[in-house]
Design a protein around this ligand. Structure first.
Ligand code: ATP
Length: 654
């Protein structure tokens, strides 16, 4: 329930209607939000800020949304700010009259460049008041900074940063400096911004059409618009499309009305962990489902746009088209040209065509050259061939298929292309119909177990199970009960690996002196926006890797103190900024008095830890916030407990 009365005054509006909104309006809101811990109050503050924008400068809503979330474009456009801490420090030195060494010294005390800059500005006497910054000024300057490249780019970037810093008033400095170093520290993720925006839209409409008549009525509208916007963003995480549509439709906005556009990736649907074929069959009792090979490659979302071009997006929704010119060519050649546009879900796997189409491991595929942002690798230089295994379709010829059951979606795939073995294939599947889906049906269990065995023999990770008719829509961005995975690792030690973030380390001893060892690893809790420690890891690394990490975690990547959003009872000698994601595998999971992963979930005061962890690989295409969550760790812990309780009765069973 939300204290609606808190929304009523439009606070802090400091400009007149029709004028560009001042950046100060945002900075003042950020300052309030930074001091406030409660989600309800921060949502109310952000809502008020958006209400003022809606009333006075609606064109500034979109840039404000980006600035609040520390972004400048939808994630898939791969626009990077291209400004590092050193450039900001150099601009601070020039504009604030404080030497670099003093700035570094202050940074050690404050632990935040924004706070340092704010402090320096407070001690500075200005001859003339600076020209006020507007929201759109700041946003467009950040976009310009991102576009600068080529010779002399550092100098040109610095001029723009200087312009911004010199124009700062009040607390603008703190947030403006935090923006390029990518942490506003106001905890305003999309999860907070979207409801705030929804509430602002409802209240803006209510207040412009007359006094609020019924609080209850408003509350239900706030809730329902908030759900619609969040749902729309889960499917189409593109504020360039969402905000204009919301402003146009107001409180009547519906998630399903936001058109899917090929070229804008959909957050992929994910599967739940099970501990074997038996458990999976139990969960799907009485429902028709398909089992598919779980290929060990790289996820690829394939878009054909109406102009005939093809774009490929990674699991992280990054544009990876330049990495796969051969895949683009295959799609153009093998897909039915009468289908003008589509979005497919698939796995790209390395293949050795000289050895009977042997599938390669993920590691072999990742040794393939990568294209750069603007240029593809040349097809003739490709050393690792690929085969693409298509398993789903979400959009076809202007039609959104997310709510169609999987059985129907699959029929669209059949009409789309001719299979070409070793190049473009449908994922191998085994269908189990409704009347066969029972744990008492030994023939079903036998068929599934043999299918699982065959998948493992074909270098796959295991199998995926997906409902065909009931609850069988494509749930973008969700880990759902209608997709289950059974991985071969379940029969070998820890059921699944974890993707964890190094947040700190100790200095190594003996042979490892001079390097870091062990590293402290953490999972992420998106609810509390905290990194929670899971384990120390000190095995699975090569000497070269140790050297690389020693160089990588240096300078600004070493934090002066433990950030409040790192949760652990460990005391490493160094704290790192959250940068990388590593795949970690161990013997099993155990309750821990020092690690905080999923604390309070399976035990009131203990977290979960991995026993005997070892480093498997780096996961370069995953951002720290996309690592394993506390909920993943808790589900694995529970799955392991269940597994111990269930007796084994065949391959992959458990
Ligand atoms: P994992 O580390 O097990 O791959 P994940 O978190 O990346 O886990 P999951 O939902 O657990 O994702 O598993 C789905 C992943 O498996 C997909 O992201 C995809 O890359 C891969 N995959 C391979 N074959 C299939 C298939 N037939 N259907 C769906 N996903 C598949």
């Amino acid at each position: 329930s939300l204290p609606v009365e808190k929304y009523l005054p439009i606070e802090h509006a400091c400009w007149t209607a029709g004028q560009p909104a001042p950046y100060l309006h945002l900075a003042r809101t950020f300052d309030l939000v930074e001091r406030e811990k409660g989600k309800i109050k921060t949502t109310a503050m952000l809502c008020n800020m958006f209400r003022s924008l809606l009333a006075l400068s609606p064109n500034d809503v979109l840039p404000a949304v980006y600035l609040c979330t520390n972004k400048i474009s939808p994630d898939h456009e791969n626009m990077e700010l291209n400004i590092g801490g050193s450039l900001v420090i150099s601009a601070m030195e020039e504009s604030l009259g404080t030497s670099k060494s003093k700035i570094h010294e202050m940074y050690k005390t404050y632990g935040d460049l924004g706070d340092v800059a704010q402090e320096c500005r407070q001690n500075q006497t200005l001859l003339a008041p600076p020209r006020p910054l507007s929201v759109r000024d700041v946003y467009s300057t950040l976009r310009k900074l991102s576009a600068i490249s080529g010779g002399g780019s550092a100098g040109r970037r610095k001029i723009l940063v200087l312009h911004l810093i010199r124009s700062c008033r009040e607390m603008e400095m703190k947030f403006l400096v935090r923006t390029p170093v990518r942490n506003l520290r106001i905890g305003a993720m999309m999860k907070t911004i979207l409801p705030a925006l929804a509430h602002a839209v409802v209240l803006h409409e209510k207040c412009s059409t007359g006094p609020v008549v019924s609080l209850e009525d408003v509350k239900s509208q706030l809730q329902s618009l908030s759900t619609e916007i969040t749902e729309a963003y889960n499917v189409i995480p593109n504020m360039d499309l969402l905000v204009p549509s919301l402003l146009c439709e107001g409180a009547t906005f519906a998630a399903s009305s936001l058109a899917m556009v090929p070229g804008t990736p959909i957050p992929p649907m994910l599967a739940r962990i099970t501990n074997g074929v038996t458990q999976a069959l139990k969960l799907f009792h009485g429902r028709a489902f398909t089992c598919e090979y779980k290929y060990d490659g790289q996820r690829a979302q394939i878009h054909r746009l109406t102009d005939g071009s093809v774009q490929i997006f990674s699991r992280q929704m990054k544009d990876s088209t330049s990495q796969f010119p051969d895949l683009v060519k295959m799609i153009k050649e093998l897909c039915n040209s009468e289908v003008a546009s589509f979005i497919l879900d698939a796995e790209v796997v390395g293949i050795d065509r000289n050895k009977g189409n042997r599938l390669m491991s993920f590691q072999e595929l990742s040794s393939r050259e990568r294209g750069s942002k603007n240029s593809s690798i040349a097809i003739q230089n490709i050393k690792v061939d690929i085969c693409v295994f298509v398993f789903d379709i979400m959009f076809c010829n202007g039609q959104r298929l997310l709510d169609n059951p999987l059985r129907q979606r699959r029929s669209y795939i059949h009409d789309l292309f001719q299979e070409k073995p070793g190049y473009l294939e449908l994922a191998q599947q085994l269908i189990v119909e409704e009347d066969e889906a029972s744990i008492d049906n030994s023939s079903t269990l036998h068929r599934m177990s043999s299918f699982f065995e065959k998948a493992c023999q074909s270098s796959c990770e295991g199998i995926m199970l997906k409902t065909l008719d009931i609850d069988a829509g494509y749930s973008a961005s969700k880990r759902c009960d209608s997709w289950l995975k059974v991985k071969r690792d379940y029969v070998e030690g820890l059921g699944d690996s974890l993707d964890l973030v190094p947040i700190g380390a100790w200095y190594g001893n003996g042979r490892k002196a001079g390097w870091y060892s062990p590293f402290l690893m953490a999972c992420y809790n998106p609810e509390s926006e905290e990194f929670q420690s899971v384990c120390r890891v000190m095995s699975g690394f090569s000497d070269d890797f140790y050297k690389e990490m020693k160089e990588f975690y240096s300078g600004e990547k070493i934090l002066p103190k433990k950030p409040v959003y790192y949760k652990t009872d460990e005391q490493p000698e160094l704290w790192f900024t959250a940068e990388q994601v590593w795949e970690i595998r161990g013997a099993d999971l155990t309750l821990s008095p020092v690690h905080h992963a999923a604390i309070g979930v399976v035990h009131p005061s203990r977290g979960i830890s991995v026993r005997m962890p070892r480093h498997i690989r780096c996961v370069p295409d995953r951002s720290p916030e996309d690592c394993s969550t506390a909920t993943d760790v808790a589900s694995m812990f529970r799955a392991q407990t269940r597994k111990m309780e269930v007796s084994s009765d065949g391959p992959g069973a458990g």
